[in-house]
Design a binder for this molecule. Structure first.
Ligand SMILES: [Fe+2]
Length: 510
């Protein structure tokens, strides 16, 4: 008997078939679709067959084939490309298709087909180095428990040319209590609200990580943001374990080096399986890494996406916040966020760039931030670039040496910020080299907001901070202006919350 899909194909009706969600509870495209790594002539498409997404996926073992089509309009009638791709349990039945021979700066729509199921239709867009403008979004820190993803729904409606996700796409912890939770922060009891819960304990195994990604990807707003735009992605810490660095977990007394390497491989594999990226993790013995850093060109902006977790030196002088910036180990020039190879790549890419705006998308805050008044030694967050001051200075020196309009992006700290980067980053009277724009979190709480806000006056290079609200950043780039739009969510307890612009800054004005 012919399936509905085969009937549609053989009858020629396929080209007119709208995207429909099968009535069966075992819908294979329960995790939606995505695209990423946009280049002038290529883009990566993604989906995963997961009829039982929260319980390992639910696909039988063995190789299976998925069909895809790419069209030049959303009704999926005018075919550009089509093909078949194989997948299996070895990659959790995830599907990665690298489309080639596309035209620059063009929108395309795509859809996957399996059995009788059709995926939602996704929209993607190739990059265009020659474009006169670009629309980019910056996102990070989407804790499933801490809030709904209204920011992603807003991002989907805006449909940027590309979403830059700089990490904390998932959180690894077990379930927290629902509703208002009290946390003791710096001796003060603060209240936060959790709107939903992780569905299992702290994740460690490959199956755990797969199920956690599936839980996050079951969110309709996150699916919509993936379906609306291509993404470029890099991990921060919570994709594996809080504040990890290189091969060092935050709690080496609780997991030995071998255990952590096995856990890291599982986390990298599951990350690959759920992201529109080209390459799976590479293994050397039990050591693994996943290639994430790279340069992307969107008209006037060249974006250098950094990976500041996989190759970084372990944090010195304590795990992070607050740390003492007079700690002598900070003077070690070998201390890096990126490892030497990635630093050389970045310096080389910046030196060769012809773009009007040169963007470094890092995970954490690049400009310094002290939580105490001078002249005491600065109290800082060692997990950010303040914990890697000599490498930061090398990058500032390189940016000052003829790189056009440097813009550094960051996140991680669940607080939006607009900061100036100066030749001496601690001296706001020294020459301004560029801007550092940091996004707040999509949903994650900011328990340190009070102390951060109270310290703003100690940081004269900081023009704006807001850790009280959730949201993301929009950038509109033209040949002679970079606009940063701080989008904030009115009520993170509501999936349908309004999202609005709190502040729009133009680099032309400063
Ligand atoms: Fe985070």
């Amino acid at each position: 008997m012919l399936s509905r899909r085969h009937f549609l194909m053989s009858s020629g009706l396929l080209v007119c078939a709208p995207a429909v969600r099968a009535a069966s509870s075992r819908y294979h495209f329960s995790l939606g679709v995505a695209s990423g790594s946009p280049r002038a002539s290529s883009v990566v498409l993604w989906t995963r067959l997961a009829p039982e997404p929260l319980r390992g996926g639910g696909m039988p073992t063995g190789v299976t084939t998925v069909r895809y089509r790419v069209c030049s309009e959303p009704a999926m009638r005018r075919l550009v490309q089509e093909g078949f791709v194989e997948t299996s349990e070895a990659k959790a039945h995830s599907v990665h298709v690298k489309l080639r021979d596309l035209e620059p700066g063009r929108e395309y729509w795509y859809q996957f087909y399996f059995g009788e199921d059709e995926s939602p239709v996704g929209r993607t867009r190739t990059a265009d180095p020659a474009a006169t403008g670009a629309k980019l979004a910056l996102a990070s820190c989407n804790s499933y428990e801490s809030g709904h993803f209204a920011a992603f729904a807003d991002m989907a409606r805006w449909a940027p040319d590309c979403v830059i996700h700089i990490g904390d796409y998932i959180y690894e912890g077990g379930p927290s209590p629902l509703g208002a939770v009290k946390r003791n922060v710096g001796g003060r009891e603060l209240s936060f609200e959790n709107v939903r819960q992780h569905d299992g304990p702290e994740i460690v195994t490959l199956t755990d990580y797969r199920n956690r990604y599936a839980l996050y990807r079951s969110d309709a707003s996150l699916q919509a943001a993936h379906a609306a735009s291509p993404w470029i992605v890099a991990m921060d810490d919570h994709e594996i374990d809080n504040n990890w660095a290189g091969d060092v977990p935050q709690d080496p007394w609780a997991q030995n080096a071998l255990e952590f390497k096995v856990r890291k491989l599982a986390a990298l594999q599951a990350y690959y399986e759920h992201m529109p990226i080209e390459q799976p993790p590479e293994l050397s013995g039990i050591d693994s890494h996943l290639q994430l850093y790279g340069a992307y060109r969107f008209g006037p902006a060249q974006v250098h996406l950094l990976d500041t977790r996989q190759y970084r030196s372990d944090q010195v002088c304590g795990q992070g916040f607050p740390g003492d910036a007079s700690c002598p180990e900070l003077a070690d020039p070998a201390l890096t966020m990126t490892g030497q190879r990635q630093e050389r790549w970045l310096l080389d890419a910046l030196a060769r760039s012809s773009a009007n705006y040169n963007v470094i998308a890092s995970q954490t805050w690049f400009a310094p931030y002290r939580y105490n008044a001078a002249p005491e030694a600065p109290s800082v967050n060692m997990d950010q670039w303040d914990g890697y001051p000599l490498q930061r200075q090398r990058l500032i020196d390189a940016l000052a040496n003829g790189v056009a309009n440097p813009v550094v992006l960051g996140g991680d700290w669940h607080c939006a910020a607009a900061m100036r980067i100066h030749q001496d980053p601690w001296d706001a009277r020294s020459k301004r080299i560029g801007h550092n724009f940091c996004g707040t979190s999509i949903s994650s709480h900011c328990p340190w907001w009070d102390s951060l806000n109270a310290a703003k006056a100690f940081n004269p290079h900081v023009d704006h901070v807001n850790g009280a609200q959730r949201g993301y950043l929009r950038f509109e780039v033209s040949r002679n202006d970079w606009k940063t739009d701080f989008r904030v969510v009115d009520d993170p307890r509501r999936a349908d919350s309004a999202v609005r612009s709190e502040l729009v800054l133009s680099t032309r004005d400063t």
